[in-house]
Ligand binder design. Structure first.
Ligand code: NOJ
Length: 530
């Protein structure tokens, strides 16, 4: 593996949703000085990179994924000087900073779009997609038609997401130059990488009905990131996750992206976004196994993740967020983060956060679930609809981080935060978690300390022990003489025998002299076989 790819195995990334992490100025919204004030906490987890969800100037119709100025910080989050202070302090502590790059669309308030929509002759007109009649019957991701009428030009523009997020026309070489310059602006400031929002959308084919993964996708990505001065910049794309397209985007000689998220295991336990479906952790395992084999075969980087700001909590959906919340959260973390790849932890995951249960739609802010609510209201029973929203809303994982059990959970000094706290914040908060014997957070610390300590867990080969097929995941990591055994039991208690014996390195239970024997539900253990 090329040096710049292999180096990525040392990364452990912590994803921050800035408006919900920590408020420093009492306006109820998290901000950059808030992040700065918690760098020691972040470092204490054993992570060495942060990914900041968009902090640029934005009208916030999609919480910052609608950018009106790519070279400025939204005043809600602070100033450019605050950003520079955060960047310098993070670097001093050995923490890299990854920015969110939103290249498929801008805000409708962006200067390009203000100009573009003013007349057909405006030089910025061609920065977006226009048509006298909708070219397709596409629905926007957040509801309604994907084409919106613009009075001044008598045309429709394309918005794959909200009306306030017009899609940028990447077929225009000027647009491509603009985004190259934006990337360079942040690289010159010293950032270390980019998480690229819906990057597969930047090439489309209207005639063939392709709203993403169009014929010029790879050419555009290469043009953006294949430049020599970006060799050591880390990139991770949110893009289509078929094997073919991952191979085409992340091959080491492609000069496109270092990695792409694979989200297929996010679909376990749900039918569509808002309806639960039967599941077992074995279903998740099968998917992870497939990706471990595929990425090993093609020498690709794999991203290890279960949570982000676009999904309700993974542990609430496919694990146990009731009596066995600690066991389940730590078991899932062990099974995923000791695979071969790059761990991404989403804020709150490390304290075992769980979904909320609200009885009113007023407790929600997410443009996506509000769009769904509007579409469904009156068609299904209100109670049922709210149940669906509670199950599927992205707000589940966007609620303010609960630092402690006080009234405002140590998040803000404002009487109320921008979005109500999670309904279980009195029970699930950092202070309470780390005060107890069963601390998810302390387990994460031990897990990442072990990963940092043992090269085999970062660069070693991965191999599943196939004899152990049902209701558990048993695998080996091997590097030269070093060998580590990972045993994760799933939902049901069972006896596991026939395992090689070794020295216990880590477990979420108070056991265990040897690897063989009874495993409680969600019990896991890691052994050194050397
Ligand atoms: C993916 C982002 O993660 C999500 O939060 C956003 O709404 C869409 N892309 C549109 O930018």
């Amino acid at each position: 593996m090329k040096k710049e790819f292999s180096a990525c195995y040392d990364l452990v990334v912590y994803q921050i949703y800035p408006r919900s992490f920590k408020d420093s100025n009492g306006d109820g919204i998290g901000d950059l000085p808030g992040v700065l004030s918690e760098l020691d906490y972040i470092k204490s987890l054993g992570v060495n990179a942060i990914w900041l969800c968009p902090i640029y100037k934005s009208p916030q119709c999609d919480n910052g994924y609608d950018i009106s100025d790519y070279r400025d910080i939204d005043p809600m989050y602070g100033t450019m000087a605050d950003f520079e202070r955060l960047l310098a302090a993070a670097h001093e502590k050995g923490i890299k900073v990854i920015m969110d790059l939103v290249a498929n669309h801008t805000s409708s308030e962006h200067e390009w779009f203000r100009q573009a929509r003013s007349s057909r002759e405006n030089p910025y007109h061609d920065y977006y997609y226009w048509a006298e009649k909708p070219l397709t019957n596409w629905r926007a991701e957040f509801g309604g038609s994907a084409w919106e009428y613009n009075q001044a030009t008598g045309e429709y523009y394309l918005h794959s997401f909200a009306v306030g997020q017009p899609d940028v026309n990447w077929t225009n070489p000027k647009v491509r130059e603009e985004f190259k310059a934006i990337v360079d602006f942040w690289v010159e400031k010293g950032v270390d990488g980019f998480r690229c929002d819906v990057l597969d959308h930047i090439s489309k084919d209207f005639k063939k009905g392709m709203r993403r993964n169009g014929p010029h996708l790879h050419e555009y990505i290469k043009e953006l990131f294949g430049r020599d001065h970006l060799t050591n910049i880390y990139t991770v794309g949110e893009a289509e996750t078929t094997k073919e397209s991952i191979l085409a985007t992340c091959g080491q000689d492609r000069k496109e992206l270092k990695s792409v998220f694979q989200f297929t295991h996010f679909f376990v336990g749900r039918k569509g976004k808002y309806t639960p479906a039967p599941h077992r952790l074995d279903d998740v395992k099968k998917i992870l196994v497939g990706w471990q084999r595929f990425t090993a075969k093609h020498d690709l980087l794999y991203i290890l993740l279960t949570d982000n700001h676009d999904r309700p909590w993974f542990n609430s959906r496919v694990g146990n967020d009731g009596a066995l919340r600690f066991e389940s959260a730590t078991d899932i973390a062990t099974m995923v983060f000791l695979l071969k790849g790059i761990p991404f932890v989403y804020e709150g995951q490390e304290i075992g956060c769980a979904n909320s249960h609200f009885s009113t739609i007023d407790a929600f802010n997410d443009v996506e679930c509000l769009g769904y609510y509007k579409e469904q209201k009156g068609l299904i029973d209100e109670q049922k609809l709210l149940e669906q929203i509670n199950f599927g809303s992205r707000d589940n994982s966007r609620r303010p981080f609960a630092w402690d059990g006080s009234e405002n959970h140590g998040f803000t000094s404002a009487p109320a935060p921008w979005l109500p706290y999670a309904t279980r914040s009195d029970e699930i908060n950092l202070e309470k978690d780390t005060a107890g014997e069963k601390s998810v957070c302390n387990y994460y610390r031990a897990l990442f300390a072990l990963r940092a300590d043992r090269e085999v867990l970062r660069r070693g080969e991965w191999q599943q022990l196939k004899r152990f097929k049902r209701n558990c995941f048993v695998y080996l990591r091997t590097l030269g003489e070093e060998k580590i055994l990972v045993v994760c039991n799933f939902e049901k208690a069972q006896k596991i025998t026939g395992l090689p014996e070794g020295k216990l390195l880590l477990s979420n239970a108070k056991r265990r002299l040897g690897a063989n024997g009874e495993y409680a539900p969600y019990e896991c253990a890691v052994y050194d076989l050397k």
